[in-house]
Design a protein around this ligand. Structure first.
Ligand code: ADP
Ligand code: MG
Length: 397
């Protein structure tokens, strides 16, 4: 099934276009500290402006839990977007209601209006049909560019598409086609690098790649769970003991598909009684010789070198999740090595995850060094599991 896109949309001139974007950006002291997500939707916004549409932007921001939270208002986002587009962005204090309708009525061709945080209404996440109707009556056409919430069937990202003609924006289209490369005869070897704190959201990807990939490289807290499941002492490291059976199941699955599953062979630890803020002494151990009082906080040098070599010889690399506590300099080396190997390899590189992207920023590695950096964390993972995401599914013919 093919995705309907704005390129095929007819009669954009003068049309009220409800454009769902993912402007869930980090704020500090009322200012946007990272505008990447805003910039990611510029091609769609500019296309619609040139076509003479009246653009009505919808987004969520943070987790207001269905209530008005002043710190999560979208005004700083409107200011930032105005700076980038060099034009005045109109902004309302709600996303539905008669006041909003009046402002929408006065919009002219090429105008850009940003509605208030959709998650101030509990009905947003519930995909409440009355709320959806209130949103839908503001527009003639719905365009979804919010890949970051494509895995959620919420009112503003999914529900509206049932009430209005709907199409994908350029960002959603690009994310979909770039990530789909994993399933479309990828250059081999296909390598998955997976890190991060917890296994929960990554089980599906691990299972899928156990079938698809030639190699899986594991680091981070997740790797500790696997090391422990394999009978290694991991001391006081972050791990999920109740996931040991699952870890063994995944190892068996990979084995039965001929996928090489690589766990860290050495690690960087600290004494678990040390305060991390006090620049504690670090210790390097082989993974089969970790003392019980220790806490693993990064992959070791040998592991980092081995992972890097595998990445450099790959045909395609998919990376999600830092392989150590990279936020603290003492434990950033592993993640930095992975990031550099991904930047240097000739393989196609597909990266994503909020903390993974934060790590790239910290190491000052420019985005152009990678084939594709996904704007979706959870959405990317679910897409790579091979799941149909509701927000995308509903835009297909
Ligand atoms: P992403 O947002 O890229 O998907 P996750 O949210 O899954 O990544 O995980 C990132 C977090 O995992 C980071 O905050 C990092 O510090 C943490 N982490 C990685 N390795 C370890 C470890 N060995 N011990 C504790 N935390 C870890
Ligand atoms: Mg994260």
């Amino acid at each position: 099934m093919k995705l309907k896109t704005i390129r095929e949309a007819k009669k954009l001139k003068g049309a009220r276009v409800l454009l769902r974007v993912d402007f869930n950006v980090p704020l500090k002291d009322g200012k946007v500290v990272d505008d990447s997500r805003i910039r990611a939707s510029l091609p769609t916004i500019e296309f619609l402006r040139k076509a003479g549409a009246k653009i009505i932007l919808l987004s969520h921001l943070g987790r207001p839990k269905g209530k008005i939270v002043d710190e999560l208002r979208l005004d700083p986002v409107a200011r930032k977007l105005g700076e980038i587009l060099k034009c005045k962005i109109k902004k309302t204090d709600d996303c539905v209601g008669s006041e909003v309708e009046k402002i929408v009525e006065k919009l002219e061709e090429g105008d850009v209006l940003l509605l208030e945080n959709t998650r101030f209404h509990p009905e947003e996440k519930e995909n409440n049909s009355e709320f959806v109707k209130q949103l839908a009556k503001l527009g003639d056409l719905f365009v979804n560019d919010a890949f970051g919430v494509a895995h959620r069937a919420h009112a503003s990202s999914f529900g509206i598409a049932e009430f209005l003609p709907a199409a994908a924006g350029f960002l959603l289209e690009k994310e979909t086609s770039e990530l789909a490369r994993v399933f479309e005869n990828p250059a081999k070897p296909l390598v998955l690098v997976l890190g991060g704190a917890k296994i929960d959201t990554k089980i599906g990807v691990l299972k899928k790649f156990s079938e698809l990939a030639n190699t899986i490289l594991l680091g981070g807290g997740i790797a500790n769970t696997f090391l422990a499941a394999e009978g290694f002492e991991v001391g006081e490291s972050l791990r999920e003991p109740d996931k040991a059976d699952l870890a063994r199941e995944i190892l068996n699955l990979a084995n039965s598909h001929g996928c090489e599953f690589v766990l860290p062979e050495d690690v960087v630890c600290v004494d678990s009684n040390e305060e991390l803020s006090n620049q504690p002494k670090t210790f390097a151990f082989r993974a089969d010789a970790i003392p019980p009082n220790m806490k693993i906080l990064d992959i070791g040098e040998t592991t980092a070198r081995r992972f890097s070599e595998i990445i450099k010889k790959a045909g395609m690399v998919v990376w999600n999740g830092p392989v150590g506590l990279f936020e603290i300099k003492l434990f950033e080396a592993g993640t930095k090595a992975i990031a550099q190997a991904c930047a240097e390899t000739s393989a196609t590189t597909i990266l994503g995850g909020g903390d993974t992207i934060a790590a790239l920023k910290k190491f000052k590695i420019p985005a152009k060094k990678f084939t594709h950096i996904s704007t979706g964390g959870g959405a990317m993972l679910e897409f790579l599991e091979g799941q149909e995401l509701p927000g995308i599914q509903i835009l297909k013919n």
